[in-house]
Design a protein around this ligand. Sequence first.
Ligand SMILES: Cc1ncc(COP(=O)(O)O)c(C=O)c1O
Length: 346
Amino acid sequence: MSRYKRSFASDNNAIVHPDIMKALQEANNCHVLSYGDDPFTQSAAERFKEVFGQNSEVFFVYNGTGANVTGLGAITMPYQAVICTDSSHIYVDECGAAERFIGCRLIPIPTEDGKLRPGQIQPLLHVLGEQHHSQPAVISITQSTEMGTVYKTEELKALTDFAHSNNLLVHMDGARIANAAAFLGTSLKALTADAGIDVLSFGGTKNGLMFGEAVVFFNEKLAQNYKYIRKQGTQLASKMRYIAVQFEALLTNQLWLENARKANDMAALLANEVKGIPGIRITQPVEANGVFVSMPVAAAEKLRQEYFFYPWNTDKNEYRWMTSFDMEEDDIMEFVEAVKKAMKAL
Ligand SMILES: Cc1ncc(COP(=O)(O)O)c(C=O)c1O
């Protein structure tokens, strides 16, 4: 399809899905109001209500960092704290944007598999009510996690019940929630509104969009001041229709699911093909579209000259291979051959 080699670095490296391109093209033949006061944005917002429930409220933004920062900004005060994992995107990969723009402390918790559990959070809550300490107010989780694992609905419910019984709210970074839903065979609503999530950053870019993410609130009170926060946070798009139509297309005919399934299937194939190669160990359950492996540095470096991908944990010689909806079985098998060759050359 292209003269460029697939990389296994990120699902952001994928193409824009042709149906999304078509939707952009179709929205490009008329003159409409800006800042979301257009029929395309209204229609997409209705589609979100169909998918996430009538009590949900959606706001479109430009990117995932913006969704996380402004979504968290709507539910925190600067004297509060957000509990997250030490591998979370908000803690590791957003250049401190949350701390800077919402002023909250982030409290990172180490995890083996990228998942938070109530038992890890309980010990942090003894400071509640103490004026000398940042007040834990939000638990932020990532679905699917940065380690490619997936919270099951019972795990989500246990976490949100625990949070709400301690007056905390739950934010979900759903940059890859579609991959989680595809893995579990559940609806997006089951993983969010029905599981007690309060605010969701809903990802589009990794699953077929050109750009654009959405912040979804499941409690209208929490959304009350969000429009001001989004504007002040530089995430209000004047030509909003071009984000809205992409989401409308993604949520039509379950394109989101088709794309996520494809990406997951490619990860499962890759894992299956490399698991028997001596010297390679898969370090995380392969549930979504990431395969984490430990392998000799020399082999990884040789492979990286041909295929770009990131080291994940250099202490453990661990690397991350991401798959995306625009990969085909041949791409995976070609990569597997290159892995075998790199291992044999040691
Ligand atoms: C878990 C997670 N959250 C959020 C994002 C969104 O980041 P960006 O601001 O680059 O759109 C990413 C992108 O890599 C991610 O992996």
